[in-house]
Design a binder for this molecule. Sequence first.
Ligand SMILES: [Mn+2]
Length: 299
Amino acid sequence: MINQLNSKTFCSLVKIPEWNYPIKETEIIVCGIPLENTPTIRPGAKFGTFVRLAYIGVEPYFPDLDIDVLSDAKVCDLGDMYVPLGDSNLAVKTITKVIKNLKQQNKKAKILVIGGDHTISYPVVKALRPKSVISFDTHLDIHPEWLGVKYTHTSWSRWIKEEFGCELFFVGTGSYEKESWNYIKMNNIPIISVEEIEFNFDNAFSVFKNQILSMTEPLYVSIDIDCLKDIDDMEIKGAISLYQLQAMLNFIFENKKVIGVDVCELCPDRILDRQSFVGLTLIYYIVALMTKYFKKFSY
Ligand SMILES: [Mn+2]
């Protein structure tokens, strides 16, 4: 039995003002999950949900889709979920319960989650149960555990495959450990690497399209912001430009039923830096796609 949500479920400090549609009638539910349990390098993922503050500078209309996300989209922005820090299992349990509850309140709504570290994809997938998951990320995040902790930002993809049987597809990978690489090869999990994208995007895009068409619906898409080119100056850089990512997302939404998306590992250095503007532009674009293809895939 799922407990009812209450005033302690969400903090409504930062929301997009126009996204105030009632939850039972909305087409899209936006929900921040500022979880930061397991940073391996720089801390700050818990402030990722603050990308909404770039609202003052990001323009909301996408001519290719003919959607203005502040006036044409039916969105309910719940604010940020209160999540327990310091206990990965408890955090996973809480997030799963809340997302399941949201789906109970509105079965047709698409879920868009703003992270938080990449751990969040595991409980969101657990609640939504897609058949396939596409991960845009420079890393595979397919370790069995991290220093003894099972559910982390670097092991979420292993467990959605092992526990829920999700088909996986990794796009933009460029940083590996041998054990993870062997696991990918042993399980025939398809990847498109940074090299393939960097040296011949047209070819990579056509391989991408064929792979997407072969995947079992419904789909879930996870976007680690480090997949993008020039997003920050940390360790290895992604190879995908924002416009290439938009084109790939467009293809996914045009052709397949997508039940949820997360954008995670946003880690702005300061309020209103480049990551905030890129992050919110991406979030707006996903809302535009969800709006455009809502009717086509609402079965
Ligand atoms: Mn990741």
